[in-house]
Design a protein around this ligand. Structure first.
Ligand code: ATP
Length: 238
């Protein structure tokens, strides 16, 4: 089966600064995968490359076998929410979702459904700049779901979510897994990742240092924290 995401020999440089050197990653359809690694290791950069927003310096990225920069309807293929700063501060959650729905050719009823599903009714008409981080996260996560894409990418989606929001996102992951959608999320919340995803990818030293199923990681290392300590040179001996 064609992998949902295949990254081969990826290099990324910003000027003289090398972020990735020969990074390889393969995520099968239906997997939920946590991208883990130290601050500044390149998780956000990798996610941006997966949606074609950043150009690799070398190497290839394939999404369902295709170059993501060439998708005719990219948000129908890959939904993503990376940064609440990308949401227009003067739009309300509803206006933001309606605006995106129009651009994507998505039925307005789906906006209503997502507003309800994300628990945004009470905030639907409040400007995003006056909403809390957790509410903006919910709006961003909901916007990634608008076109019901088979692949979803998130950058630290749990940041700012309250317990209700965390339970909502956990439920989404269960639903997406049941629907065989592929999900990749970066996070520093190791306990939540350990309970919510089935694949782990640890990035360190410009490469993927470990990619494995959660069951295998738990059987080998006993938890995500010891797995991180074993694969991140800066953490050695802690
Ligand atoms: N446009 C850019 N120009 C130069 N350097 C950049 C650019 N974008 C990112 N970087 C650098 O690339 C590195 C990786 O950043 P990135 O945000 O991807 O890390 P991260 O793993 O997501 O970090 P965190 O866990 O702190 O969110 C950092 O050193 C960052 O400063």
């Amino acid at each position: 089966m064609t992998p949902a995401i295949e990254v081969e020999h990826l290099q990324c440089r910003f000027g003289a600064k090398v972020i990735f050197q020969d990074l390889n990653l393969r995520i099968n359809q239906g997997s939920t995968c946590a991208l883990l690694g130290a601050n500044g290791v390149g998780k956000t950069t990798l996610l941006a490359m997966l949606v074609g927003a950043l150009e690799p310096s070398a190497g290839s990225i394939r999404i369902d076998g295709y170059d993501p920069r060439k998708f005719a309807q990219p948000l129908h293929q890959v939904g993503f929410h990376f940064d609440v700063a990308a949401l227009h501060p003067h739009h309300s959650p509803r206006r933001h979702l309606q605006w995106m729905a129009t651009a994507l050719g998505v039925d307005k009823q789906r906006v209503d459904m997502l507003i309800h599903h994300a628990g945004l009714e009470a905030f639907a008409h409040r400007r995003l700049k006056h909403c809390s981080l957790g509410i903006r996260q919910r709006a961003g996560i909901a916007s990634a779901m608008l076109a019901d894409p088979p692949i979803l990418l998130f950058d630290e989606p749990l940041n700012g979510l309250d317990l209700q929001g965390i339970l909502w996102f956990r439920g989404l992951l269960d639903t997406w897994r049941a629907e065989a959608k592929t999900v990749v999320l970066s996070t520093h919340d190791l306990p939540e990742a350990q309970r919510s995803v089935d694949q782990v990818c640890i990035i360190a030293d410009k490469q993927v240092r470990l990619q494995a199923g959660m069951e295998q990681v738990l059987a080998t290392f006993g938890g995500l924290e010891p797995a991180m300590i074993a694969h991140i040179p800066e953490l050695a001996g802690r």
